[in-house]
Design a protein around this ligand. Sequence first.
Ligand code: FES
Length: 254
Amino acid sequence: MHLKLRVWRQAGPTATGAFESYDMPEVSAEMSFLELIDELNEKLIEANKEPVAFDHDCREGICGSCSMMINGQAHGPSRGTATCQLFLRKFVDGSEITVEPWRAGAFPVIRDLSTDRTALDHIIESGGFISAPTGSAPDANLILVPKEVADAAMDAAACIGCGACVAACPNSAAQLFTAAKVAHLNLLPQGQPERWNRVQNMVDTMESYFGSCTNHGECEKACPKEISIDFIALLNKDYLKAQWKNRKLESQRG
Ligand code: FES
């Protein structure tokens, strides 16, 4: 295959960035998108030029590192696919591909395609921990969880925290990420003791970094794990209840 790449190059967080074009005349359709960037970097290093900085780790769709906009779409054209699982056969031979970092105010560019997604970590931190005693391993089925609840919690737990939902959203909202992270604990019996504080703290932290959801639904389409926006409805419901319950608790404490 012959591909042309237009890649965003930016030397640092405060440097002015610009697109640079690269010709990739002989690449295999069986290569992954990250292997294409690897090959470009080998060419750049051989020519004594700076390689393209980009994040990656597992290359198996698990870690959520490989975040980039490909032709204006988070993780590229394939639904339910992280960039590391995207193969060049998805592109037309001879086409030009534009590659950019996530575009969101809460994700400043570190260099080239690499962005700082610490704001997502702050949402997780504010959720705290669960106080359910652990001790030795409990007997199987000691805490009964209905199958549909376990399935829904597992669907939410599939979130890999890549930030595609934020990058795809016109408001740069992080509702789908927060909803998934809240739901996978709030749905389970072990998540009940801190349920109301968790949702209130995580939503308040989210709002201090990210825009607000106005139901565009782009997040669900961009999510490499196809997490449903139904979880956002659950988040909103829990947040409303949490405000009421936490206010009541405060007034009881006097
Ligand atoms: S490199 Fe880990 S999800 Fe792509």
